[in-house]
Design a protein around this ligand. Structure first.
Ligand code: PLP
Length: 339
């Protein structure tokens, strides 16, 4: 245990959110309804800029940026990115300027989608934003960030890039190695973990952290962006890269990686009837808000796994609520077309 914790402590971290731990709460009414013992790990209330998983990840990126003397941070993501919104808030708190590249990943000319929810908050936190037309070109989006950083450098600034694509040290995933340690301080019972699998920083960090700390609980990743076939090698690479970054052996074996894409259709950031029903169920039985891009899809995925008995009767399950609530407000027009 100490080995992982000691190594994590060698990386600079910025103090961004509430002090750990986030609450671990039993979802009583949902447990009764679903016939399982369901718990919510409330990473939606991490504390900075309306919270979410990205606060844990940004603590390491901003820690590194400050250690390197940066005064400007650049980041790319979907128009309704929670990562960018929380980065904007982190910059405001720490006094660094934040430059956001909004990728047109979800085809939409809906004004609420393009200016509401997270985008409204990006502006509120004082970030600068630009748009990037090709939403599926990760390497291209990273290259455009480098060009923007060069412009800032020419103007006398010290820019720091938070990269999107694979092949960079996964500093953000360290936040979820920390979260694994934090969770194991809260609960030791055998549990099935259900978590979003997007960039893989949260899913990969959690897997790595649990295994490195000797916990063999199953971790079920729910795909929010790519199919299960594409996500498995990505996740494995992410775990290998975490091992390289921490200079530790990777404790995650490829056949231990479980990802499911039952709830991904019709695609990243797009709505479906089961998604709306999942968000309503959580809201109406627990008073907890999920979002349409990430946590709603994860809960819809959990419900699908329960229907398929991959989650058996009476199982203890922890749903990692990774936040994203502000995005819901940007999806109101799409919602009304489906609900
Ligand atoms: C609310 C929310 N949940 C989950 C995820 C997925 O996390 P990761 O990128 O670490 O896989 C994101 C990523 O943007 C997110 O904003």
């Amino acid at each position: 245990m100490r080995d992982l914790i000691d190594r994590l402590a060698t990386f600079p971290q910025a103090a961004l959110g509430h002090a750990a731990p986030t609450p671990l709460e039993r979802a009583n009414r949902l447990s009764d309804q679903l016939g399982i013992d369901l718990w919510l790990k409330r990473d939606d209330v991490t504390g900075l800029g309306m919270g979410g998983n990205k606060v844990r990840q940004l603590a390491f990126y901003f820690g590194d940026a400050i250690a390197k003397g940066a005064d400007a941070v650049l980041i790319t993501g979907a128009v309704q990115s929670n990562f960018m919104r929380t980065a904007a808030a982190a910059g405001a708190k720490l006094g660094l300027s934040v430059h956001l590249q909004l990728e047109e990943r979800v085809p939409s000319n809906d004004p609420l989608y393009n200016t509401g929810g997270n985008v409204f908050l990006d502006d509120l936190f004082g970030a600068e934003r630009r748009s990037y037309p090709a939403g599926e070109d990760e390497a291209g989006a990273d290259r455009a960030l480098v060009k923007w950083a060069e412009e800032l450098q020419a103007a006398g600034r010290k820019p720091y890039i938070i990269p999107l694509g694979p092949g960079h040290p996964p500093l953000g995933a360290l936040g979820y190695c920390m979260a694994a340690a934090e969770y194991l301080e809260q609960a030791q019972e055998h549990t099935v973990h259900v978590v979003a699998s997007g960039s893989g920083a949260s899913h990969g960090g959690l897997m790595f952290g649990l295994r490195a700390l000797g916990c063999q609980d199953p971790v079920l990743g729910i795909c929010v962006r790519r199919s299960a076939g594409e996500q498995i090698p990505r996740l494995f690479d992410r775990c290998r890269e975490i091992g390289e970054l921490l200079d530790m052996e990777n404790p995650v074996h490829e056949d231990d990686i479980a990802v499911f894409d039952d709830s991904l259709a019709p695609g990243y950031g797009q709505m479906s009837q089961p998604l709306v029903e999942a968000i309503q169920m959580m809201a109406r039985l627990e008073g907890v808000v999920l979002d349409p891009v990430y946590t709603g899809k994860v809960f819809a995925g959990l419900l699908a796994l329960r229907r398929r008995y991959i989650i058996p009767d009476g199982e203890r399950v922890v749903f990692w609520h990774t936040g994203g609530g502000p995005g819901l407000f940007a999806y109101q027009n799409f919602w009304e077309r489906i609900a």
